[in-house]
Write a protein that binds this ligand. Structure first.
Ligand SMILES: Cc1cc2nc3c(=O)[nH]c(=O)nc-3n(C[C@H](O)[C@H](O)[C@H](O)COP(=O)(O)O)c2cc1C
Ligand code: SF4
Length: 479
């Protein structure tokens, strides 16, 4: 037997040359032929081409990378993992063209301390996006578009822009920890006040505006030197915890004569506890911004690796309000990665009273539109793939303070697109709500949804399609 193994087999024909044996087509010289993925496409599951590029970037720059837009972490779920189960036999649908479905949304309406709650025609509004991150023309366009659709906008950090106040029938004024642009006169001209304690794109850290966007006008409004990076603080100087926050809210109520609602906006991290604290401190509206939330600029590691998905924060936030007995008193707004009326309807069904949109509104405005292709190319990108808001060189004039670029925003046309987009989303929501048999979009409920993946079911407590049971929420789900 051993003799047999030692014996080298000889073909009954001449041995082929190495060149003949090699897979010449497509094979790389000096490398043994293998499956294509092993060399060219990065066979390692850990050292993928992206991971290698990341190390190279850090090694070259000696610092973390900053960029705009939103989270690129592929593990982040989308609302597509949930589907509606419209009325069939156990429930009756509404007639799509003959029966009405109410969309009106009131924020701060349950509070005994608010004389003028915010009445919106639709359950969607434009998120806080600062003048500085966006151009004045973009802010004005968002304001006019929102007003036409019967909804509101928010200033974001850095003060109130006159163009936005003129354009927005309803405008919420943001009070950030850094107090940039904070002005008592602006507080009194606002229709609501938003104390921001965090954002989904970068929870636990403050705002960031790179120097190329700190123009003379921005620097005057924020009382900062022009051209220098602005890194906002994250902790408010006048409150550390719930007790001081309650005092701060009271102070703002006195400043505005108990007329307008006070919002508290936070990144989604521990919504079950954070929302309860904000509600107990006296907030009229709590805004929970999921990890998918957009930004003008943020360290990329925070965008991709901090916070929890919007989808997973909504029911926890609603349950927090219920547990405190404040579900009727405090309105719940959510945001982060919302793209369509379908996404909005799913948020409402999970327990939100309204949603706000940032990136989606920018896209309706003209972000990533296929014009000025050569300017996208200069940034190393192309229409449809741009996320370069942090550079201040936005090809379409939205996320810039360069006068020549800003001229590219046609305010009237942009406002009209925003208005049409909001209107179209509202139609999508009512179509789904009527199919589920609801005469108000606010009657959408968790039972109207089924999860298409175990993850989505575990994140939300929504029943898994097919088995009709929530996956992993046995101890906490109330539905
Ligand atoms: C260009 C831009 C600027 C923003 N500026 C602010 C800001 O000044 N203050 C703030 O609290 N959030 C800011 N945000 C976050 C939004 O208010 C909101 O939380 C987020 O955009 C929602 O997620 P979405 O973009 O996926 O809809 C900004 C977002 C964008 C896209
Ligand atoms: S087109 Fe402008 S607003 Fe849109 S991602 Fe690029 S830089 Fe940002």
């Amino acid at each position: 037997m051993a003799d047999d193994l030692d014996k080298i087999y000889e073909y009954p024909f001449p041995n082929p040359s190495e060149e003949e044996v090699a897979f010449n087509d497509g094979a790389i010289r000096q490398r043994p032929a293998g499956l294509p993925s092993s060399y060219d496409e990065g066979g390692s599951t850990r050292w993928t081409p992206d991971a290698i590029a990341e190390v190279q970037a850090l090694a070259q720059l000696g610092r973390y990378q900053v960029r705009g837009y939103n989270c690129f972490n592929k593990q982040m779920p989308t609302f597509d993992d949930l589907a509606f189960v419209p009325a069939t036999m156990t429930r009756l649908p509404l007639e799509g063209y003959r029966e009405n479905c109410e969309l009106e949304t009131i924020l701060g309406g349950g509070s005994p301390y608010v004389e003028h709650p915010l009445k919106l025609k639709i359950p969607i509004y434009i998120a806080s996006m600062s003048f500085g991150a966006l151009s004045a023309s973009a802010k004005a366009s968002l304001g006019y578009g929102a007003s036409k659709a019967g909804t509101m906008t928010c200033t974001g950090e850095g003060g109130m822009l006159e163009e936005e106040r003129t354009a927005s029938q309803l405008l919420v004024y943001q009070i950030s920890p850094a107090r940039y642009g904070l002005d008592l006169d602006h507080i009194r001209r606002a229709d609501g006040l938003e104390i921001v304690v965090g954002q989904g794109a970068k929870p636990g850290t403050g705002g960031l505006l790179l120097g190329m966007k700190v123009s003379d006008r921005v620097s005057k409004m924020r009382n900062l030197p022009p051209g220098v990076d602005q890194r906002s603080t994250i902790r408010h100087p006048d409150f550390l915890g719930a007790d001081d926050l309650a005092v701060k809210i009271e102070e703002l109520r006195i400043a505005t004569n108990y007329k307008i609602p006070i919002f508290v906006k936070m990144g989604a991290t521990r919504p079950r506890y954070d929302v309860a604290i904000a509600a107990k401190a006296g907030a009229d509206v709590v805004v929970v911004d999921g990890a998918e939330g957009g930004t003008g600029a943020s360290p990329e590691l925070l965008l991709n690796h901090t916070g929890i998905p919007c989808m997973s924060s909504i029911r926890a936030a609603r349950e927090a309000l219920e547990d405190c007995g404040m579900s009727d008193r405090v309105s719940l707004v959510v945001s982060g990665g919302i793209r369509s009326g379908v996404d909005v309807a799913k948020c409402l069904a999970l327990g939100a009273d309204a949603v706000m949109i940032g990136n989606a509104a920018m896209i309706a405005l003209g972000c990533n539109s296929p014009r000025y292709g050569e300017d996208y190319a200069k940034l190393g990108t192309s229409p449809g793939a741009c996320h370069h808001c942090h550079t201040g060189l936005c090809p379409v004039g939205i996320a810039t303070q360069e006068a020549e670029l800003e001229k590219r925003v046609n305010v009237a046309a942009s406002a009209e697109r925003v208005a049409r987009y909001l209107t179209a989303m509202a139609m999508e929501i009512t179509m789904l709500a009527k199919a589920c048999g609801k005469s108000s979009v606010h009657n959408l409920e968790v039972e109207d949804l089924r999860a298409l993946s175990f993850e989505a079911s575990a994140f939300t407590g929504v029943k898994m399609a097919g088995i009709d049971r929530p996956f992993g929420w046995e101890n906490t789900a109330k539905a």
